[in-house]
Design a binder for this molecule. Structure first.
Ligand code: PMM
Length: 281
């Protein structure tokens, strides 16, 4: 069964939810709704990684995310904290978050890996080649899958050297991070090689530019495909990621992806909906 990680962005400038959840109460309500729709994990983030986004002071970030983490943990939800800052990771884990999701794979903050090691949280190490402001300049590869896998392996080794047990590590090839259009498809096509690395694999395609680009040119929507169409595309890529062995998919539209995973699970016999306890119907 592939887990669903629902996105709870608490930022005023997130490209994908337009900052609609900037207010803590709204973000908590949104998170609880995603949980009710089938999210197994809620990923709370207070700093946008949108291309060209400005960095956020960790104190501002913590002011945004900690009330949301606390409320969701109190409601019994498994929370991950999406942050590149060790101080935010530690504060969120202290507030009950169980996973630290660092899109920089521990590279942005030199304290991150040792900080995670001092807790019992799991950690997502995402492939990353630099901050949003200039990540596309670094999107140069001879063989994207081989290079991303080698760079991720180095991060897994760095985590082990910092004292994080391998069983606590999740890797993510970082779709859209330091990768241009076709490089994202090549990375997804090579997913079995990331799965073969050993650690659990997380995949985040949700509403990303490369999906919009794949749909663009269709006269149905003009230049920019609607959110509904990007969510459908996300559900399709999430099913394919699940079939390639992903441990979890990170999505905004939990309901669509859950439906897609349930139906695909019926086909393959892997019963995505086992968590409901329902029998054949
Ligand atoms: N994508 C975004 C943010 N955090 N974390 C992981 N592990 N993997 C991703 O693909 C990922 C992430 C993109 O930002 P959004 O939340 O605004 O869509």
């Amino acid at each position: 069964m592939t887990l669903i990680m629902g996105v709870v962005n608490v930022t005023p400038d997130s490209f994908s939810d337009g900052g609609r959840h900037a207010d803590a109460d709204t973000a908590v309500a949104h998170g609880l709704a995603l949980h009710a729709q089938g999210a197994d994990i809620l990923d709370v983030g207070g700093e946008s990684t949108r291309p060209g986004a400005e960095r956020v002071d960790p104190r501002v970030e913590q002011g945004r995310v900690l009330p949301v983490v606390r409320a969701l943990v109190d409601a019994g939800v498994v929370v991950s904290i999406d942050t590149m800052n060790a101080s935010t990771a530690l504060a969120a884990v202290t507030a009950g978050a169980r996973i630290v999701n660092d899109v920089s794979g521990g590279m942005a903050d030199p304290e991150m890996l040792s900080t995670v090691a001092s807790t019992d949280a799991d950690v997502v190490l995402q492939h990353w080649r630099g901050h949003s402001a200039d990540m596309y300049a670094r999107a140069v590869y001879d063989d994207v899958v081989t290079e991303v896998a080698a760079e991720l392996r180095a991060r897994v080794e760095a985590a082990a050297a910092a004292g994080i047990a391998p069983a606590r590590v999740i890797v993510d090839p970082g779709i859209g991070f330091g990768k241009r259009g076709e490089q994202n498809w090549q990375t997804l096509r090579g997913l079995d090689r990331f799965v073969a690395m050993g650690p659990r694999v997380l995949i985040g395609t949700s509403r990303k530019r490369f999906l919009a680009d794949a749909l663009a040119g269709d006269p149905a929507d003009g230049a920019e495909p609607s959110e509904a169409r990007r969510d459908l595309a996300t559900a399709v890529t999430s099913v394919l990621a699940a079939q390639a062995g992903a441990w979890a998919v990170r999505v905004h539209d939990v309901a669509a992806t859950r439906d897609a995973l349930v139906v695909a699970g019926r086909w393959t016999g892997s019963r995505q909906d086992d968590r409901s306890g329902s029998r054949e119907g």
